[in-house]
Design a protein around this ligand. Structure first.
Ligand code: HAM
Length: 423
């Protein structure tokens, strides 16, 4: 018989298994809880959208749209795309559901898809929690979005491992004028630009500011600066955000070359980065996008947001050892089939009373085989019920860390388990 070849997962798509998956679950819970405390509500929106949505919002010339999207024709020959990010879909939903009359604060958690070269911290399917707010034009909202990140990183214990980069990119009109001046300057130095930058000169000149090439950076040292093209309103918005960050005690670096890879931003743009993860150090990024709602067919509505890169935040939190899944408190062993239902019932009552992990062994096996499974589960205690215990109305409790064995009534059992510090 010929051997059947197993089918492998796609490149850049991960299976996330315990214990990492348990930590991921806790991390998402902490973030969701924090966001809800700030008044942001969870939204669920589709993973698939019409391709035109991303082209019109993120921009045709961006790397994301021109190189990285998973775009297919469906059975009806319509071009559809697996979302590379959530902001465009959120704005589509705002317009479609008629939600623009009232301010909205929301978040979307879920998988995003980009056909990038996979490496540590960069995957083709990855998870974002995208946080968005509509209807607030005040710089206080920009500051709040940054404040949420700071508070969360503080709670996760790695605020000292991250830096905040902040910049203003003004309005679309100001940027257009600046772009003209930048292109004139860069054309004069075209021989010092690399291939990528020469291509961007035609497609997306502002992205040249992001170039990692030292020679290009050197050319940029004498290039026109966007600050000189900002009008009074833009300057005011920027200084107000800075003042708020100062008052809130949030340290930031002004990075005048931060422009972001998506076209929809104006005024504030920011990125939280870390040196602890190697090349993929941006764990969270966003900014204001006041023109996007109108660009997608809605009435003009101020908006801003950012997204947590959950895969990278998990890597960082794991390095810090901050996220510890709760271990199993007790493992229920039934000796003989007659004890199975009573043990299942007991486990259920304990879970309810203690709100902790209590696991039942679902196999009628010898004491030795079941104890082995109890040890492997990482449980602190084994609870054993055989004929003798059942007759006396007690349970034998074995502390798997010390080996100590005692017998208790159900009330006594609850008391002992309640007193345990779970780690
Ligand atoms: P973005 O900068 O493209 O922004 O992505 C935000 C974050 O998602 C990044 O900082 C990074 O942590 C994570 N990320 C992006 N690509 C990958 C990947 N291939 N693998 C792992 N993580 C990745 C946006 O997507 C905007 N929609 C953010 C936003 C929301 N702006 C306003 N509202």
């Amino acid at each position: 018989m010929s051997k059947i070849e197993p089918i492998q997962s796609l490149r850049g798509m991960r299976n996330i298994l315990p214990p990492e998956s348990s930590k991921l679950f806790i991390l998402k819970q902490i973030i969701a809880e924090t966001l809800q405390q700030f008044g942001y509500q969870p939204w669920e929106i589709p993973v698939l959208e019409k391709t035109a949505l991303f082209k019109r919002s993120i921009g045709e010339e961006t790397d994301v749209v021109s190189k990285e999207m998973y775009t297919f024709n469906d059975r009806n020959d319509e071009s559809i795309t697996l979302r590379p990010e959530a902001t465009a879909g959120v704005v589509r939903t705002m317009i479609e559901e008629g939600l623009l009359q009232q301010p909205q604060r929301l978040y979307v958690e879920g998988p995003m898809f980009r056909y990038e070269r996979p490496q540590k911290g960069r995957y083709r399917q990855f998870t974002q929690i995208s946080v968005e707010a509509f209807g607030f034009d005040d710089p206080a909202l920009d500051a709040e979005l940054i404040f949420i990140g700071a508070k969360l990183f503080e709670r996760l214990g790695f605020l000292d491992q991250v830096q905040l980069e902040y910049n203003t990119i003004g309005t679309l009109e100001e940027r257009r004028e600046y772009q003209k001046a930048l292109v004139i300057y860069l054309r004069q130095h075209i021989e010092s630009l690399d291939e990528d930058s020469v291509r961007r000169l035609e497609t997306n000149p502002l992205r040249i500011l992001d170039s990692k090439n030292p020679q290009v950076q050197k050319v940029l040292d004498d290039a026109p600066v966007l600050d000189d093209f900002l009008g009074e309103a833009s300057q005011e918005h920027f200084s107000r955000v800075c003042a708020l960050l100062d008052e809130l005690g949030i340290a930031y670096q002004r990075n005048k070359r931060l422009v972001r890879g998506l076209d929809y931003y104006n005024h504030s743009v920011f990125e939280w980065t870390t040196d602890a993860l190697g090349a993929q150090g941006t764990i969270c990024a966003g900014g204001r996008y006041d023109a996007l709602v109108e660009q997608l067919g809605g009435k003009p509505t101020p908006a801003a947001g950012f997204a947590f890169g959950i895969d990278r935040i998990l890597l960082l939190a794991e390095q810090q050892g901050q996220i510890k899944p709760e271990s199993v408190l007790a493992y229920g062993i039934a000796l003989g089939v007659e004890q199975q239902a009573p043990m299942m019932d007991l486990c259920a009552r304990l879970r309810q009373q203690l709100n902790m992990k209590v696991v039942f062994h679902p196999q009628n096996q010898s004491m030795k085989a079941q104890m082995k499974k109890a040890d492997q589960s990482g449980a602190i205690f084994a609870m054993i019920m055989g004929d003798g215990e059942r007759a006396e109305g007690v349970v034998t409790l074995k502390n798997l860390r010390t080996g100590e064995q005692t017998q208790h009534s159900e009330a006594g059992l609850v008391e002992v388990l309640q007193g345990v510090e779970n780690d």
